[in-house]
Design a protein around this ligand. Structure first.
Ligand SMILES: [Zn+2]
Length: 83
């Protein structure tokens, strides 16, 4: 089984926005699906890059970011990326 052949690590928007993409989370290195509705959501938000984290890592990441902001460790670094 050469499953690795089916893996796609893709940054940037798919051109047609209709295909589900399998992305690799930069955090846990697990595959996750970026489906067409999520792609649409990103496009509506004006994000130009594909998500880099799976849902659970993203949730964790946001939680850590919020905590960091509250404790003053991070200030404006993510202010232009309100996802
Ligand atoms: Zn992850």
């Amino acid at each position: 089984m050469e499953e690795i052949q089916t893996k796609i690590y893709k940054l940037g928007m798919p051109t047609d926005g209709t295909h589900h993409l399998i992305l690799i989370c930069i955090n846990c290195k697990e595959e996750f699906v970026w489906d067409s509705s999520a792609q649409k959501y990103f496009q509506e938000k004006g994000y130009r890059d594909a998500p880099k984290r799976c849902k659970s890592c993203h949730t964790k990441y946001k939680k850590e970011q919020r905590a960091a902001i509250q404790t003053g460790q991070v200030n404006q670094f993510h202010s232009n990326h309100p996802h």
